[in-house]
Design a protein around this ligand. Sequence first.
Ligand SMILES: C[C@H]1O[C@@H](n2cnc3c(N)ncnc32)[C@H](O)[C@@H]1O
Ligand SMILES: Cc1ncc(COP(=O)(O)O)c(N)n1
Ligand code: MET
Ligand code: SF4
Ligand SMILES: [Zn+2]
Length: 428
Amino acid sequence: MSQSYTTQMDAARKGIFTPQMEQVLANEPISKEALMQGIAQGRIAIPANKNHLNLKAAGVGKGLKTKINVNLGVSKDVCCFDSEINKARLAIDYQADAVMDLSVSGDTEKFRKSLVEQIPVMIGTVPIYDTLTRTGKPTQDITLEEWFETVEIHAANGIDFITIHAGLNRKCAQSIKTNPRLCGIVSRGGAILFEWMEKTGNENPFYEHFDRLLEICRAHDVCISLGDGLRPGAIKDSTDAPQIEELITLGELTRRAWEKNVQVMIEGPGHVPLHEIEMNMQLQKKLCHNAPFYVLGPLVTDIAPGYDHITSAIGGALAAMHGADFLCYVTPAEHLRLPTADDVKEGIMASRIAAHAGDLAKGLKDAEISDHKMSKARGELDWEGQFDCALDPEKARQFRKSSQPEEKEVCTMCGDFCAVKRVGALLK
Ligand SMILES: C[C@H]1O[C@@H](n2cnc3c(N)ncnc32)[C@H](O)[C@@H]1O
Ligand SMILES: Cc1ncc(COP(=O)(O)O)c(N)n1
Ligand code: MET
Ligand code: SF4
Ligand SMILES: [Zn+2]
């Protein structure tokens, strides 16, 4: 029987169980009914472009495991697409759930197509960047048609989710001018649109013609990741009026997307101190009607360049505990350079730890089971067992091998003072 639906949301609302939902269900601790209801209500998104043929669909949102995204792509100064494909493969090897291509130089379409062909996880892009790269024009000369053509191209290429900073309208742009900040606008897409609006005097094209965007996204089932063009890029700038005004606008746009069965995620901050993270998660869930929340970091301090995978993992864990659904990784290269392959690996591991810590706090059964397995092996001084369930078995194995104890049950930290060995028999 041929079942007819446009998007995953449309299908869920019609009670149709899609192959993508089936793939999600196989990997998540959720019932079929809860999954379909979550998608129908917009609390869960399955970014799955109809043209991404080798995609193994994953879900983002309520009741599902916290997902992580790997950013990659070339810039003018570091422009080697082979290295970026290598990073995408690394992302798969280290079990990232998503990859975003943020390229801003060279033949972006060729690279995008090869990513879609080779990469089986959901892929995101920011068509706003690519409009500048593709046309080679100064920002103010970009036409309405050109902004939308890029969205069409990315949708046709098979991109599963696109970041669109549609909430940064003229009203929010005014707010950023009257509320002083230390770091102004740090969002690349936000900065581009702000410049375009300032220099042309026009409204944000994606805000003004939001329905046109929805038509394209619905046709290919592209999930819109509503960008946070005014996210704070400094601890002092967090949770200020411009950030919240944009968030309110994103909430209005979310409703409009859902009316057309278009799936939505909301992008979030940014640089946020620990004590404001819970509030930020609650504000997003309230103002954006429980749409899935996709956060960058949050980075909980500004002073640790070189270690921003750590500042972000601290914030990411807390954000996930308070409801963030999707963590965008941050690498040690943040604020300093385009990441190397090693930076990418460090970023992924930090982000996976944050997501898992969040899942434990969310009470997800699968997360608990992995920890119990590790604890049992640790309590039994079962080294192979510990390596088997380690997040990075290779690293764990290499560390132990590099420093071998005289008695092989223990490790060189305590040697014959091993507490676990000392009381193990007594507690049996
Ligand atoms: C919005 C986020 O995207 C990151 N970002 C921007 N461009 C790239 C790239 N080519 N590779 C990796 N990360 C990138 C920024 O460092 C910021 O963390
Ligand atoms: C979580 C998150 N937030 C933002 C962006 C886009 O980057 P930018 O806003 O700098 O264009 C992103 N790719 N992911
Ligand atoms: C301030 S540099 C831009 C990227 C940045 N880390 C951010 O907060 O989004
Ligand atoms: S990461 Fe570097 S190039 Fe990008 S906004 Fe920050 S300072 Fe500018
Ligand atoms: Zn930053």
